[in-house]
Ligand binder design. Sequence first.
Ligand code: FMN
Length: 359
Amino acid sequence: MGKNSFLEPLEINNIILPNRIVFPAFQANYATSEGFVTERLLKMYGKIASGGSGLVIAGGMAVSDDGTPNTNAIKINDDRQIPGLKDLFSVIKKNGSVAGAQLMHAGRQTVSIMTGHPVVAASAIPCPVMKEMPLELDNRGIKRIQDDFVNASARAKESGADLIELHGAFGYLIGGFLSPFSNKRRDEYGKDSTLFFTEIIERVKREVGNMPVSCRISGDEFVEGGLTIDQTRKIAPRLVEAGADLISVGAGTYASMKHMVPTKDMGEGVHVYLAKAIRDVVDVPVICSDNIRSIGFADKIISEKRADLVAICRPQVADPFFVKKSINNQPYKECLDCGKCLYFLRGEKSVSCTQNSEL
Ligand SMILES: Cc1cc2nc3c(=O)[nH]c(=O)nc-3n(C[C@H](O)[C@H](O)[C@H](O)COP(=O)(O)O)c2cc1C
């Protein structure tokens, strides 16, 4: 098989991914304070798309003001954002990749002083890291945020995105509903913790038609009382039943941050086994991620059918031409695992990279 596996195109609904490498959502905090797309974002995504990934998922993009994760995250909650989003998806497509849009609501993993709105969540339990007591969403609040996801997906489609990803990973609002760690509700959304997500998927699918919808989940949250792989293996088929065309498997929450963005010492492809375990129970393609730092390893994952697509994030931030250079056996700048991109942990305003001074 050699390098051929990851170069095999993959057809999903109406689109063809030219290869199996994905640049996953990467919230760089480069938008304006109102969430508009900037020249800096266009430059970053243009370069990454020209670097050879088959699919580039832009975002995460906040579907509402109260769901904004950081000061300068991209927002997709107002039609005024559409012209900038059109430029963003167009620069990705013009440079040869399929353009995805990740839609998110931060839930309890944000702070009201930054969003200007109360923090909301499945239950009134603070995130152990952000520490702010959230308001438990009532039925009206739930419907309002579900509407926000649907309206955001319509904007993504109108702006030219080829694929939508719904962010159900990492303990944000959707992930918070899925998890017994953060959802203690006694109503229908607690008795069936997948319901909040499946209702969104069904409605988004009705809105965007044949456009593929990916659902990102944490295969394991690695927190006591949180989601385990046994549970997510039951959740994933329900997401597919609701209409998910792809499942993307990451890991962790803010309370287990090292799993969200694992360091090299945690091992190459540290969470690929989670993707494989999910792949075994669904009949749609699965994206794996986390510490996949060479194309050779990505190819092995694909050829061994442990996942259908491989997300490679920081190595492509360090060198946007990582994929093409790897294919051509050219040297590339390796991600040094220095943690500089984790601006929010370092009190910095936005992403920077020791290896990539052009960001
Ligand atoms: C600065 C930064 C921002 C991120 N933002 C998002 C995001 O908005 N949505 C998301 O699903 N993942 C996000 N991630 C996680 C990445 O998509 C990816 O899963 C993670 O970096 C592990 O992959 P890697 O080992 O290839 O870097 C972010 C990661 C970093 C470093």
